[in-house]
Design a protein around this ligand. Structure first.
Ligand code: GDP
Length: 415
């Protein structure tokens, strides 16, 4: 490709391109490929029942997603996952919204299901990666890219449930904390509440997602927005006419709270940061930081060593493996023994029931036979009595006849 050859000051040959080669189209090629493939984005919403999770999701994507109203009496937290295919200017987005339903209703059992869900998505991805023939190109990635944590607008500090949950999640997922239903607090209360939350998070070492500041193009806006966290948002799909314009708002007897108005809520900031500016960074952080951490721990558990590329369990890991297997076998044995015992008890119970049933049947048959015998005996007795009576009557008639014959013999009739 180089026709003209010059030497630089060190004598190195410099080639000048004589024409257009074309690798400047690489970014375009990437964009085309990605456009064909489409994008995935997975959001998890964690917050108390009725705090406004579904409303905010609808407002963010300006779509009525099929949300399911949930009671305050769920026995445990359920992760409800819904997928939607959205399209904007030929860009296809496969959006997954995961809602932690029942959160805040059963304090002691709330965090585990959420952590398990996040881990389960990492585990599926890891299992796909570990396959000999993997399909990562069209793999349906369900790893959680962002967790919107809805803080109840109490005006006080964070609850212990908030801190426990955030602490458990902060190494697994990008957390964006938001103050929900911000229209229920005054401007002054909001400011104080935001500061309290920031202090609580800092004191307890909770790491929340920071909008990246290393890319010059977005550094300025991201620095400004980091200072605004946690965003105080208002959600609504209702349209209200304000100054001859239809806007999404919440209408009150005393006035109108406009969702998109920066003076009324941080909703616009959240949408801008989450969707327009940092969606790709959230996806990347999930893969590069959170998934990597999970993968590293899991591979260590499996016996891989971080410094070596191939599988090579160390001596201590070998004995740990044997110990783990011994434990597993012992547990298996115990389980089988328990099952056998239970089976024997069940069989005995069943036999007992069968014997009792047979006893009942025999007793019934005995009763029946007794009754028949009594009836027969009564009939025979009646017959015997009848014969006895007939015999007596016969003997009486016989005696009468004999007496008559004797009398006739003693006084024969004269003729
Ligand atoms: P979820 O159970 O967390 O999904 O809560 P929903 O989105 O179903 O909302 C519960 C109630 O709160 C509904 O009546 C909403 O209209 C109301 N709501 C939602 N967002 C806001 C908000 O920003 N401010 C106020 N005041 N109410 C809201």
């Amino acid at each position: 490709c180089g026709s003209m050859a010059d030497l630089d000051s060190r004598g190195v040959r410099l080639l000048t391109l004589s024409g257009h080669v074309g690798f400047d189209s690489l970014p375009e090629q990437l964009v085309c490929r990605q456009l064909c493939q489409g994008f995935t984005f997975n959001i998890m919403c964690v917050g108390e029942t009725g705090i406004g999770k579904s409303t905010l999701m609808n407002t963010l994507f300006n779509t009525d997603f099929d949300s399911q109203e949930c009671s305050h009496f769920e026995r445990c937290v359920r992760l409800r996952q819904c997928c939607y295919n959205l399209c904007e200017c030929d860009v296809h987005l496969r959006l997954t919204i995961v809602e932690a339903q029942g959160f805040g209703d059963q304090m002691d059992k709330d965090v585990e299901p959420i952590v398990n869900y996040v881990d389960a998505q990492f585990e599926s991805y890891l299992q796909e990666e570990l396959k000999v023939q993997r399909c990562l190109y069209d793999y349906l990635d369900t790893r959680v890219h962002v967790c919107l944590y809805f803080i109840t607008p109490t005006g006080h500090s964070l609850k212990s449930l908030d801190l426990v949950t955030l602490k458990r999640l902060d190494s697994k997922v990008n957390i964006i904390p938001i103050i929900a239903k911000a229209d229920t607090l005054t401007k002054c209360e909001l400011l104080k509440f935001k500061n309290k939350i920031k202090n609580d998070l800092g004191r307890n070492g909770v790491r929340i997602y920071q909008f990246p500041t290393d890319d010059e193009a977005v550094a300025q806006i991201n620095v400004a927005m980091n200072a605004h966290l946690p965003f105080a948002v208002v959600g609504s799909m209702d349209e209200v006419c304000v100054n001859n314009k239809l806007v999404r708002a919440r209408e009150y007897p005393w006035g109108v709270v406009q969702v998109d108005d920066d003076d009324h809520s941080d909703f616009g900031k959240l949408r801008e940061m989450l969707i327009r500016v940092n969606m790709e960074d959230l996806r990347e952080q999930t893969h590069r930081c959170h998934y990597e951490l999970y993968r590293c721990c899991r591979l260590k558990e499996m016996g891989y060593q971080s410094s070596l590329r191939e599988y090579k369990p160390s001596l201590s890991q070998g004995s740990e493996c044997v110990e783990a297997m011994r434990k597993q076998l012992a547990e298996e044995l115990c389980r089988k023994e328990r099952e056998m015992k239970q089976m024997i008890v069940n069989r005995m119970k069943q036999k007992e029931v069968e014997v009792k049933e047979m006893e009942r049947e025999l007793q019934a048959r005995l009763e029946c036979l007794k009754r028949i015998y009594q009836e027969e005996r009564q009939k025979v007795e009646e017959k015997r009595k009848q014969l006895e009576d007939e015999k007596i009557a016969f003997n009486q008639r016989k005696a009468a006849c004999e007496a008559m014959m004797k009398a006739q013999a003693a006084h024969p009739p004269r003729g």
